[in-house]
Write a protein that binds this ligand. Structure first.
Ligand SMILES: *Cc1c(COP(=O)(O)O)cnc(C)c1O
Length: 425
C-alpha cells in the first residue's frame, strides 16, 4: 500500500497493512476462505460501487442504469452458462440472506422445511433455533448415521415420508462427503417437496466440473461466491429452474434487500467468466487432489477423520479420541501460523464453544499454490500436533514448515491467473 493512503487515513491503512502481513505469513485452512483473483479484486470497489441500481435490468427504480443493466445481464448470462441452469439472480448480499429471502417468499410459517442437522454438517441458516430461519418456520432434520458418519438415504426418505416437508434442503458447511442429488430428488418427488441445494461450499468444484452438479435435479440452488468458487466475499448467487424465476427475483427485491451492490456484481461477472476456463477446471481438480493428500498425511500420522476421509475440499477431524478440544487445537495451530476453526462433529460430547472437532479445507492454500506433497506433509505435521501430549516441539516444527513454505509466496498464485482472452472465450 502506498504512503498516500496513510496520508488519507493512517489508522485504517495501518490495519490493512497488518492484515496483509498476517495473511501472507499464516496459512489458511479455513474451509470457507479463499483468495479471489487480482482481476476480481480490481473490479470490487470500481466506479459501479456508487451507483444505485435498485430493481432489475429494464425495471429500475432510478434512471441512469443503462450500463448497470448491461453489467447485470452479463453476470446473469455467465452464471447460467457456468452452472447450466435456466435462471440466475446475482443480487443477494450473501448466501445466508439468499436462503432467508427464499424461505420468506416461497413458504408459509406453517410449512415444514427439512434440512441436515447443524451438528451433522448443516448450516445455521437451515433452521437453527437461534437463526431467523429457525424462529420463523417449522423444521425437521436428517443427519448422518452412527456407523459411517455419512448420510443414510433410506433414513432421509423415512423422515421425509413422516414429516411431508414443503422443501428438502441439502448441502452443508461441515459435511465432508458428496451428496447424491439424484437420490435426494427421488425422495423430494415422492413426498411432493421442492429440492433445494445449498451449494455454498462446493460451488467451485461443481463449476470446475470436478464433482457432479445438482442440476438438472435441483429446483433451486443457493451459493456463496467466496468459498471454493474463489470469488468476492459478500456475495450470493441463486440459480433455479425458470418456473421459479419470478418468485426468486421477488424474494431478493423487493422481498428482502434494497439496491444491489453493482461493483460486487461486476466482480461476480469476472468470476463467472473465470470459472468457465480450463485453468479453473485445473484448479478445482487440484483442490480435490490436495484435500486427498492432506487426508493421507493426517491418517498416516494417526489422526481420525469424520466419515473416514473426504470427497471434497473439506475435512473434519474428530479430536475426541485424542482427548483434546477443537478450541485447544485451533490455538496450538495458530501458534504455528496455521488458521483453522473448531467445529462440532456428529454425536459430539463437547459443547460448541469448545467443540470436539476441527474443520479444515484445501481451497485457499491451493490458490496460493501448495501442491500434493506439501499438503501431505502439512497433514502429517498437524496430526502430530494433535496427537502428541507435549506438543511444543511439534508446534515449532510446523511453524518452521509454514515459514519455509510461505516465504515470498503470494496469496493468489500466478499459475491460476486467467488471461483476458481465455476468460472472454
Ligand atoms: C457458508 C455457508 C452459507 C453462508 O454463506 P454467506 O455467503 O457467508 O452468507 C450458507 N450455506 C452454507 C451451506 C454455507 O456453508
Amino acid at each position: 500500500m502506498s504512503d498516500d493512503s496513510c496520508a488519507v487515513d493512517c489508522d485504517v491503512s495501518n490495519l490493512v497493512r497488518l492484515e496483509e502481513r498476517r495473511q501472507l505469513d499464516q496459512i489458511s485452512l479455513v474451509a470457507s476462505e479463499n483468495y479471489s483473483s487480482p482481476a476480481i479484486r480490481a473490479f470490487e470497489g470500481s466506479i459501479f460501487a456508487d451507483k444505485n441500481a435498485e430493481g432489475y435490468p429494464g425495471k429500475r427504480c432510478v434512471s441512469g442504469c443503462e450500463y448497470a443493466d448491461q453489467l447485470e445481464i452479463l453476470a446473469i448470462e455467465r452464471a447460467k452458462s457456468a452452472f447450466g441452469c435456466e435462471h440466475a439472480n446475482v443480487q443477494a448480499m450473501s448466501a445466508t440472506i439468499a436462503n432467508f429471502a427464499i424461505m420468506t417468499e416461497l413458504f408459509q410459517p406453517s410449512d415444514r422445511l427439512m434440512a441436515m442437522r447443524l451438528q451433522d454438517g448443516g448450516h445455521l441458516s437451515h433452521g437453527a433455533p437461534f437463526h431467523a430461519s429457525g424462529r420463523n418456520f417449522r423444521w425437521c432434520f436428517y443427519g448422518v448415521s452412527r456407523t459411517d458418519e455419512q448420510l443414510n438415504y433410506d433414513e432421509v426418505r423415512s423422515i421425509a415420508l413422516e414429516n411431508r416437508p414443503a422443501a428438502i434442503i441439502c448441502g452443508g458447511s461441515s459435511y465432508p462427503r458428496l451428496i447424491d442429488y439424484e437420490k435426494m430428488d427421488q425422495i423430494a418427488r415422492e413426498v411432493g417437496a421442492l429440492l433445494w441445494v445449498d451449494l455454498a461450499h462446493t460451488a467451485g468444484l461443481v463449476a470446475g466440473r470436478a464433482i457432479p452438479s445438482p442440476f438438472p435435479y435441483a429446483d433451486i440452488v443457493t451459493t456463496s461466491t467466496h468459498k471454493t468458487l474463489r470469488g468476492p466475499r459478500g456475495g450470493g448467487l441463486i440459480l433455479c429452474k425458470s418456473s421459479f424465476a419470478q418468485q426468486i427475483d421477488r424474494s431478493i427485491f423487493p422481498g428482502l434487500q434494497g439496491a444491489p451492490k453493482m461493483d460486487l456484481i461486476a466482480a461476480r461477472a469476472v468470476l463467472l467468466a473465470e470459472v468457465q476456463t480450463s485453468r479453473f477446471q485445473e484448479y478445482a481438480k487440484a483442490v480435490l487432489l490436495n484435500a486427498k493428500a492432506l487426508e493421507r498425511g493426517l491418517v498416516y500420522a494417526g489422526a481420525t477423520l469424520v466419515s473416514g476421509g473426504t470427497s471434497s475440499h473439506l475435512l473434519l477431524l474428530n479430536l475426541l479420541r485424542c482427548g483434546v478440544t477443537g478450541n485447544e487445537v485451533e490455538t496450538s495451530l495458530l501458534e504455528a501460523r496455521v488458521v483453522a476453526n473448531k467445529n462440532s462433529i456428529p454425536f459430539d460430547t463437547i459443547p460448541p464453544s469448545k467443540a470436539g472437532g476441527l474443520r479444515i479445507g484445501s481451497a485457499a492454500l491451493t490458490t496460493r499454490g501448495f501442491d500434493e506433497a506439501q499438503f501431505f506433509e502439512l497433514g502429517v505435521m498437524i496430526a502430530k500436533v494433535i496427537t502428541s501430549a507435549s506438543n511444543h516441539a511439534r508446534i515449532a516444527d510446523l511453524r518452521s514448515f509454514v515459514k519455509q513454505n510461505t516465504q515470498g509466496l503470494p496469496l493468489f498464485n500466478r499459475k491460476w491467473v486467467v488471461g483476458g482472452r481465455e476468460a472472454a472465450e
